[in-house]
Ligand binder design. Structure first.
Ligand SMILES: NC(=O)c1ccc[n+]([C@@H]2O[C@H](COP(=O)([O-])OP(=O)(O)OC[C@H]3O[C@@H](n4cnc5c(N)ncnc54)[C@H](OP(=O)(O)O)[C@@H]3O)[C@@H](O)[C@H]2O)c1
Length: 299
């Protein structure tokens, strides 16, 4: 039996669905059973546990052959200390892994997690890696995923209404765009096969690198928006916009740091793109199947 944390979330749900579809028993963990009903209908055992509750997580992990461990969500916009929240979750998951005796962990991390500083919310994932990897006798694989294609969905509304997509990234910066579904499927496959020992790092880099300029061209073609442009915003303007939208100073600082980290290549992939580090969904498929419908809905 495999435990999936974050099972109501994007990568977690995809991992749980893939494991169930391949005949593996799954215990799906989230804060609300109601948000896990569809997984229960597919045969999952559902367990309610807050991801900061070490005792509840320990019980949830007991008897499992492996666990998909994820700190979710990406960020909580109005949180005054999101790094502190990440540390609380990392501590609870680590305690649960140690106390339950689960032998195998696939953890979701991020590109850039090799650095302790200068990477925004990825700093918390660096600390998560360090903390959980120190548990003795557990085989832990860290999936250091690239930039989620789903981040683009936040731009669907302004793409339609203001004919622009704005972000702090250099327009020609190559970005390893990857889908959350591909990450979840890979997590499930790695959990089921367990072909590693000790602590290993596996970067998930997507099908190919794509710049924001290229992304906007793909979106313009799929939505027939010939006048769609990409606009690189300054870090200060990006930060001010987040604050105007009610994002806490702490989270705005973190998000601004992401832009700087990517543009300076402080955050970058370290492994070559191979059959193992690549994933299959192309930016064209994602835009056609997910971005374009969202863009049309925003009308
Ligand atoms: N965005 C990127 O480009 C990127 C790149 C690499 C790695 N990552 C990492 O990917 C991870 C996110 O994974 P994911 O996309 O699978 O997760 P996700 O879909 O964003 O997780 C959503 C889940 O988070 C829980 N949640 C929502 N609000 C919450 C709150 N205020 N407090 C506690 N839990 C809350 C909910 O679960 P319940 O209510 O059911 O508990 C919800 O189903 C993060 O660690 C992020 O750093 C992101």
């Amino acid at each position: 039996m495999f435990v999936v944390t974050g099972a109501s979330g994007r990568t977690g749900r995809a991992a749980a669905v893939h494991l169930l579809a391949n005949g593996h028993p799954v215990r799906a963990v989230g804060r609300s059973a109601q948000r896990l009903t569809d997984l229960a209908e597919r045969g999952a055992e559902v367990r309610e546990a807050d991801q900061t509750d070490a005792a509840a997580l320990t019980e949830a992990l007991r008897g499992a052959s492996g666990v998909y461990a994820v700190i979710q969500p990406n960020y909580i916009p109005d949180h005054p200390d999101f790094g502190g929240f990440q540390d609380q979750v990392a501590a609870a998951l680590t305690e649960a892994v140690a106390a339950s005796g689960v032998p195998r962990v696939v953890g979701l991390s991020s590109w850039g997690a090799q650095h302790p500083e200068g990477t925004g919310p990825v700093k918390g994932l660096h600390r998560f890696e360090q903390r959980l990897s120190a548990v003795p006798g557990v085989d832990t694989l860290w999936l250091r995923a690239g930039y989620f294609m789903e981040n683009l969905l936040d731009h669907a509304d302004t793409a339609r209404t203001r004919h622009r997509i704005s972000a702090p990234f250099d327009p020609d910066l190559p970005l390893p765009f990857v889908t959350t579904r591909d990450i979840g499927i890979r997590a499930a496959e790695e959990l089921a096969t367990g072909n590693w020992r000790g602590t290993e790092i596996l970067e998930l880099q997507g099908e190919r690198d794509v710049s924001m300029r290229e992304v906007v061209a793909v979106i313009a073609k799929a939505t027939s928006a010939d006048d769609l442009v990409y606009e690189q915003t300054s870090t200060a303007a990006f930060h001010a916009e987040l604050r105007r939208n009610g994002v806490s100073a702490d989270v705005a600082d973190m998000m601004a740091e992401v832009g700087e980290a990517l543009n300076t290549r402080h955050t970058r992939m370290q492994q070559p793109r191979t059959a193992r580090t690549a994933t299959s969904t192309t930016i064209e498929q994602f835009v056609e199947e997910e971005f374009a419908p969202r863009y049309r809905e925003s009308a």
